[in-house]
Design a protein around this ligand. Structure first.
Ligand SMILES: C[S@@+](CC[C@H](N)C(=O)[O-])C[C@H]1O[C@@H](n2cnc3c(N)ncnc32)[C@H](O)[C@@H]1O
Length: 487
């Protein structure tokens, strides 16, 4: 009899693990920074007149843009109420956020933030017993929490970032890799990971509360869901998200300082920092090029349903790994694609162009998209994949005006990435991405009305959003191209 085919892990489990790997630290940071900034003391109760963002910022001695980055996720989670045009109030059900003992527990967690990345070392050396004890204490009793309750807030603020660091430590120690090959006793796992058994036990217990590890007799093993998700193929893909999360850790631990003083520990306006982070980003996307190419090719097919791309000139702005430009290189054998980014990032594009035999129809352009000279009416398609949040918000009117000028008649401007709801109260992953942009001194994530407000004045008045897997796509033009469903 043949083995039954391994089934896919449940989507909920996959979502949870991916959340802990990518976004949980953003959420914890926002929920810990809000009390540190004293925001709850300055918010009126639900039912009284809300306060504007500017008033809230002034009362807490902070910058409005920073306060907004912290408060918007709290609105999405239901702890803060938002009335468009009026402002914010503390949700009635979140009154626990004024209780001193509750706030003291959050403050204690905040003080551990910068130590938690040292968990793997602590498990090996036996030092930092206070840190290991903190993990043990935080996960001593984990019960189900009703959404919006104090337990829910505490779990998100305190435990979520610890879950992220537990995954990081398990990855760094090689524990996840070891468990993906089968069960092992505590001693065997301690031997492979070079950790002290009694300390490693704390990590295994945390992973057990996360549904990743189970025991049978004296052995520890992956749960069936973890075994399916973190197998030989899935584990490297999963682990690829961890370094990017770690890169923002310190900055997120000082989120309150950024909001108060506009001082950024990870400042992507610093060319050296941008170079490091974007090089890593381009090589990470290169590692998952295939899955991103599926998305960008879908967008290229969408553009093709709107107009012919025969001989089209295409500009990919902030190209990164080149995955968007490549899709437009592949959509028609006569397109000419220009890949624009800083010089050190462009190296990541070359191998992909070679693999798809696109070199002859490609041009690599090293430059700053805010200042490079763009010929008027030069491009049939301009791609802006995930670049808008990287640009300073005050530059956007000028930037969009330049892009519009560079578009030919019947030209398409195609923006991809996260899109916020019209009220800017979700989706949560987009708000967390926006928080990372804020804490690294970059730009913002926008809603469709906000894009329209930029695009209409520069003549790109026809503008629509399209749902795609992973990201959303906004297409804008001068009203001279039919939409794909126009018949
Ligand atoms: C978030 S990455 C997106 C990469 C790629 N477009 C994608 O969707 O995978 C942003 C890219 O924009 C580039 N970038 C940021 N500011 C830029 C600027 N002023 N001029 C040119 N490129 C820039 C960065 O180097 C980085 O590769």
């Amino acid at each position: 009899m043949s083995e039954p085919a391994a089934s896919a892990p449940p989507p909920d489990f996959v979502r949870r693990l991916n959340f802990w790997a990518r976004d949980a630290s953003n959420e914890s940071a926002a929920l810990l920074a809000a009390p540190a900034l004293g925001l709850f003391a300055h918010l009126p109760d639900e039912g009284s007149a809300p306060v504007s963002l500017e008033t809230l910022a002034a009362r807490s001695g902070s910058k409005p843009r920073g306060v907004r980055a912290v408060v918007e996720p709290m609105v999405a989670l239901g702890f803060v109420c938002f009335t468009p045009g009026q402002g914010y109030a503390l949700a009635a059900r979140a009154a626990f956020l004024r209780a001193p003992d509750f706030l003291a527990r959050l403050e204690r967690a905040r003080r551990f933030w910068t130590q938690t990345p040292r968990l793997a070392d602590a498990l090996r050396t036996g030092t930092e017993s206070e840190l290991v004890a903190w993990f043990r204490e935080a996960f001593a009793s984990v019960g189900p929490a009703t959404e919006g309750s104090s337990e829910d807030y505490e779990d998100r603020a305190v435990r979520n970032s610890l879950r992220t660091q537990a995954l990081m430590a398990a990855s760094r120690l090689g524990l996840l890799g070891r468990l993906s090959t089968g069960p092992g006793t505590l001693e065997a796992l301690a031997h492979v990971t070079e950790a002290r058994p009694e300390s490693l036990r704390v990590l295994l217990d945390v992973l057990a509360t996360m549904g990743i590890v189970a025991t049978s007799g004296a052995e520890f093993r992956f749960t069936p869901d973890a075994a399916r998700m973190l197998d030989a193929e899935g584990l490297p893909y999963f682990e690829r998200a961890l370094p990017a999360t770690q890169a923002y850790w310190e900055a997120l631990g000082h989120l309150d300082e950024a909001v108060r003083e506009a001082r950024f520990r990870l400042d992507l306006r610093d060319p050296e920092v941008a170079r490091r982070i974007y090089q890593e980003n381009a090589s990470r996307i290169s590692g998952i090029f295939k899955s991103h190419l599926r998305l960008s090719r879908q967008a290229a097919a969408l553009a093709l349903r709107m107009r012919s791309l025969e001989g089209a000139t295409v500009l990919d702005v902030g190209t990164g790994s080149g995955v968007w430009g490549a899709a437009f290189g592949l959509v028609d054998p006569s397109t000419q694609v220009t890949y624009l980014d800083s010089p050190h990032v462009l190296d990541a594009v070359k191998p992909h162009l070679a693999r798809f035999k696109l070199e002859a129809r490609s041009r690599l352009w090293a430059g700053d998209c805010l200042t490079v000279e763009l010929e008027p009416s030069a491009y049939d398609v301009i791609l802006l994949p995930q670049i808008i949040p990287a640009l300073p918000a005050p530059e956007l009117p000028h930037f969009f005006a330049r892009m519009a000028r560079a578009l030919k008649p019947r030209g398409l401007l195609l923006i991809s990435g996260y899109l916020l709801t019209d009220r800017r109260d979700g989706p949560l992953d987009a708000l967390y991405f926006a928080l990372r942009r804020y804490v690294s001194n970059e730009g913002d994530v926008l809603s469709l009305p906000e894009f329209r407000a930029h695009l209409e004045p520069v003549g790109l008045g026809a503008c629509r959003a399209f749902d795609m897997p992973i990201q959303q796509v906004v297409i804008a033009h001068r009203g001279d191209v039919p939409w794909p469903d126009a018949g």
